[in-house]
Design a protein around this ligand. Structure first.
Ligand SMILES: Nc1ncnc2c1ncn2[C@@H]1O[C@H](COP(=O)(O)OP(=O)(O)OP(=O)(O)O)[C@@H](O)[C@H]1O
Ligand SMILES: [Mg+2]
Length: 458
């Protein structure tokens, strides 16, 4: 019985007896074989069918073995080529090896020799392909592994990201502050075919309308006083890649019209310009607001909403997935150790329990900050209650459980958190915003909402 290998070999040989002989040896060894009697037929086949190996005679009329070798390497780069050669052309065969042939076999050859070289060439191809596959898988895993979480809802989010990343559809990401909206947007970009091109993030809440147009669309020379030279807008910079529009709900209506045009026409008109430039970008937008409600209230254009919201990804707040907290805490512990060159190995049990119970109004970002601070403060190999901020450590597990009816609201917690950071920074908002990893305008807005403003602007 011949054992089947499922590998397919193309034989190119113009001498009938030699061709049949080679075919016989390889079929008996268990390979599938297709053989042709000239180079042109071989090249035609290479266009339409994949081969694992090509064995070609060197000297043939019209299209010779070197041309078959060349075409194979162009059309099927991972397919190996073995050259069959008469004594007189050994030197050319050596040259062929420099051009990418796997090996040459000199006529007259021994059956064992043909079998051995064929086996090795096929093995080389298999290993190369496995290696490439492995690298691709690792690359993908490394990229996506940044999103930590095993709760059902986070697994679903991961699944959706994988499903939609390869397509060009626009995505709307919803979620409270610090839930990972930007991280998800980056993951989609990295898993897409656009990953080699730019990912440009733009916060629609932190610019005046004029500046926003300038940043997004760019401007021509002399478009306004001081515009000494033309500047490409962020959308053009992201050509071929992804534009992440953060806090899209804060974009003024007049800008929304302009953005809609870019999405529909796939071109941008720089400020002060007369001709539009074509752009190919994918848009991912995010907001912590209820955008549908904004549409209903007339604060957000419905047509733009539908354009951006082809797929929605809703990120849960951390309170709704307490189960992920230990994993996230460990993840940040490892990350901060690496960044700060420390070696805090663990989070003490009671501290972890408190982290699990706390309501995390600032979501994952707040957890990240708390762990970073704890790593910096830890005196031993473990994070203890002493290393946690007072507003968490004061709530020992018991009191926390007793509080039931008087549990603080999310808003209260957020307010306390902001107050705590501001106190630590002695009221310096720039510093505080940096620690909270939000921009100053957002901080200022939150303070205004909580009635914490001291009158000064950002
Ligand atoms: N699932 C996650 N796994 C690991 N890290 C996460 C996860 N989600 C968020 N992070 C980290 O938490 C921080 C905040 O996330 P991100 O900036 O994406 O949130 P956001 O929703 O955009 O916040 P904001 O609304 O404040 O802009 C980042 O450092 C991010 O890397
Ligand atoms: Mg963000």
């Amino acid at each position: 019985m011949v054992e089947k290998n499922n590998e397919i070999i193309l034989i190119v040989e113009d001498e009938d007896i030699a061709r049949k002989n080679l075919e016989h040896i390889l079929v008996k060894t268990g390979y599938d074989v297709i053989s042709v009697n000239n180079g042109s037929k071989a090249i035609e086949l290479l266009h339409s069918k994949d081969f694992d190996l090509v064995i070609t005679d060197l000297k043939m009329d019209k299209v010779d073995g070197l041309q078959v070798l060349h075409k194979t390497k162009v059309l099927q780069p991972y397919t190996e080529v073995i050259i069959i050669t008469g004594y007189a052309t050994i030197e050319t065969s050596v040259q062929a090896m420099h051009n990418g042939a796997y090996y040459y076999i000199a006529k007259p050859y021994k059956i064992g020799e043909v079998r051995q070289i064929t086996k090795e060439a096929l093995l080389k191809r298999r290993l190369r392909l496995e290696n490439i596959e492995l690298k691709e898988t690792l690359k993908k895993q490394r990229k996506i592994s940044a999103i930590v979480g095993t709760s059902k809802v986070m697994m679903d989010v991961q699944k959706t990201i994988h499903q939609i990343a390869p397509s060009d559809i626009n995505v709307l990401i919803l979620g409270e502050s610090g839930t990972g909206k930007e991280l998800v947007a980056r993951s989609i970009h990295q898993l897409s075919s656009r990953s080699e091109k730019e990912f440009v993030a733009f916060n629609c809440g932190s610019f005046t309308e004029e500046l926003m147009a300038n940043e997004l669309f760019g401007h021509e020379k002399d478009a306004f006083t001081g515009a000494t030279k033309a500047k490409a807008g962020l959308i053009k910079v992201a050509d071929g890649g992804t534009v992440f529009l953060d806090e899209i709900g804060d974009m003024p209506l007049s800008m929304q019209v302009k953005l809609l045009r870019v999405i529909q026409e796939k071109e941008v008109l720089p400020v002060g310009g007369e001709t539009s430039v074509p752009v190919d970008v994918r848009f991912i937008a995010a907001t912590h607001r209820d955008l549908k409600e904004d549409v209903d209230n007339g604060n957000f254009r419905q047509d733009l909403f539908y354009r951006l919201n082809v797929i929605t990804i809703k990120l849960p707040s951390l309170t709704h997935r307490h189960g992920d907290i230990p994993l996230l805490a460990q993840h940040f512990l490892a990350q901060k150790n690496k960044a700060m060159n420390t070696n805090v190995q663990n989070i003490q049990k009671e501290s972890m329990e408190l982290l699990r119970q706390y309501s995390w109004p600032g979501n994952i970002r707040e957890l990240e900050n708390v762990i970073e601070r704890a790593v910096a403060l830890a005196k031993g190999p473990e994070i203890t209650l002493d290393d946690l901020p007072e507003y968490i450590s004061n709530l020992s597990v018991e009191t926390y459980r007793r509080m039931d009816s008087e549990m603080p609201t999310l808003e209260d917690q957020e307010k306390n958190y902001i107050k705590w950071v501001l106190d630590k920074c002695e009221g310096n908002k720039t510093k505080a915003a940096k620690i909270m990893d939000i921009d100053r305008v957002s901080l200022w807005r939150k303070m205004k909402r909580f009635g914490m403003n001291d009158g000064s602007n950002v």
